[in-house]
Ligand binder design. Structure first.
Ligand SMILES: [Zn+2]
Length: 119
């Protein structure tokens, strides 16, 4: 792992969970959905299929996280790509990383509230 990648990883993993860091897909999805990601670190190379809500824009691995799920969930072939796009749209940064201890992690600009999408 390059030095810069290692520093970013240590910075994120050194944060108390639930504060200004998210590790793993569910936590990162929640952070992306709230526009809270300052930097997304992506280590996973394969596509992860998921859903995007056609109403609120929430990204999820299952179509069960939105009140409109039965009518508005659209399948997406690559959830990570959507997360990267969303992060960049929110003026965040995306770093691809190899040999990480996580599939995806994020440095947050604010804690995730759990209140869902702000869109
Ligand atoms: Zn929705």
């Amino acid at each position: 792992m390059a030095r810069r990648e290692r520093e970013l990883t240590e910075e994120i993993l050194g944060q108390a969970p639930g504060r200004l860091a998210a590790v793993g897909l569910p936590a990162c999805l929640a952070a992306v959905n709230e526009g809270a990601v300052a930097r997304l670190l992506v280590a996973h190379e394969d596509m992860i299929p998921g859903f995007v809500c056609g109403r609120c824009g929430a990204l999820s691995t299952g179509n069960d996280e939105c009140p409109y799920r039965s009518t508005a969930a659209l399948a997406v072939p690559d959830l990570l790509e959507k997360m990267e796009q969303r992060t960049l749209d929110d003026d965040g940064h995306v770093t691809m990383i190899r040999d990480a201890l996580f599939s995806v992690a994020a440095k947050l600009r604010c804690p995730v509230t759990g209140a869902g999408s702000r869109r």
